[in-house]
Design a protein around this ligand. Structure first.
Ligand code: 5AD
Ligand code: FES
Length: 349
């Protein structure tokens, strides 16, 4: 026990550990309580009891890519596809703004129907209507010039999980026409342009080892992102990985705490996948160091069509008001949802 106490203290104080020590923390459950307590304290130092909301608008489930883990991959002929119009997207924002959202996340598959021109038109319409809000895009890999155009139109954040920082592992998760080097190029371009950037991984994705997780932590140190999105890998029957087991709740929570200690300033969501693998998954995430939740703002009618994995929560009629549901859940673990743009705090206040 003492041995782990020393490791957690050093991790907290120096925001780093030798890889051997990180490996031992990743591979044991003996330090989980210590990690959680330290992460919780650090999170309070930087962010108090605030939990930031991001309104997630899943505006298209068309995708040209074929990632082996993802339910909306191009090769899934069973998926019913949909796209939201600019008007529909704006109406989600209107509803969200009234509910206290000050960040809108436009997420979708890589859908060529939304040309740069269309994305810019949507972004600038939101920018004009909601000058006090952050606009986050999560629409995959694009040329640098496209990222620049969206930024100039008013987007200020971008989420693009790197998925894995290990070339060989990347190859096992993606077909040959995708590459880790292009994904990294995208992340560094986005940063240089001036976006607040989010990277991240699925915990327990097929073939993932502790070695891969260590490489992910090192890559994140190099990138120094503003946000880190992690959630458990979850199976989907209509993918090549249909027989692969789900990732683990415990390891996801352990990683959330480790991330909070290594990146004390970071915006760390308690993700929908975490809420899907366990009924109190997001609450457990908040207690392990997370400080962001991303309620679904998509029209209820399309929510179950945006199925990256099975049994996704918040898809039924009862889920029209995720905001209220999450507010109660956040309160139940001693935090408060705030009406705030929720920018990153790089310095301890
Ligand atoms: N299980 C969990 N997360 C998934 N994602 C995609 N497919 C799955 C799945 N089967 C994650 C990826 C992607 C993000 C939008 O959702 O990490 O970047
Ligand atoms: Fe969507 Fe609880 S967060 S119903």
């Amino acid at each position: 026990m003492n041995e782990y106490k020393q490791l957690v203290t050093t991790l907290r104080e120096t925001q780093d550990l030798p890889s051997e020590a990180l490996r031992s923390l990743l591979e044991t459950d003996a330090a989980d309580a210590l990690l959680r307590e330290a992460a919780e304290e650090v999170r309070r130092q930087y962010y108090g009891d605030a939990v930031y909301l991001r309104g997630l608008i899943e505006f298209t489930n068309y995708c040209k890519n074929d990632c082996y883990y993802c339910g909306i991959r191009h090769g899934n002929r069973e998926a019913t596809r949909y796209r939201l119009s600019q008007e529909e997207i704006l109406s989600c924002c209107r509803e969200g703004y009234a509910l206290g959202f000050r960040t809108f996340v436009l997420q979708g598959g890589e859908d060529p129907y939304y040309t740069d021109e269309k994305i810019c038109s949507i972004v600038s319409a939101i920018r004009t209507a909601y000058p006090d809000c952050a606009i986050t895009l999560s629409i995959g890999e694009k040329p640098r010039a496209s990222y620049q155009a969206y930024f100039d139109a008013g987007a200020n954040r971008y989420l693009l999980r790197h998925e894995t920082a290990t070339e060989a592992h990347y190859r096992k998760l993606h077909p040959d026409n995708m590459s880790l080097s292009n994904r990294k190029r995208c992340l560094f371009d986005l940063k240089e342009i001036g976006y607040q950037v989010g990277a991240g991984i699925m915990v327990g994705s097929p073939y993932q080892t502790t070695e891969h997780l260590l490489a992910d932590l090192r890559f994140l140190q190099e990138l120094s992102p503003d946000m880190i999105g992690i959630g458990p890998y979850l199976t989907h029957a209509e993918t090549p990985f249909c027989d692969q087991p789900n990732g683990s709740l415990a390891l996801t929570l352990r990683l959330l705490s480790i991330l909070r200690l290594m990146f004390p300033y970071v915006l760390l969501p308690a993700t929908t996948a975490l809420g899907t693998i366990h009924p109190q998954g997001r609450e457990l995430g908040l207690r392990a160091g997370a400080n962001v939740v991303m309620p679904n703002l998509s029209p209820v009618g399309v929510r179950e069509l945006y199925q990256l994995y099975e049994n996704k929560i918040c898809t039924g009629e009862e889920a029209a008001q995720c905001r209220g549901c999450l507010e109660r859940r956040v309160l139940s673990v001693g935090y408060h949802v705030v009406t705030d743009i929720g920018n990153v705090r790089r310095e301890k206040p």
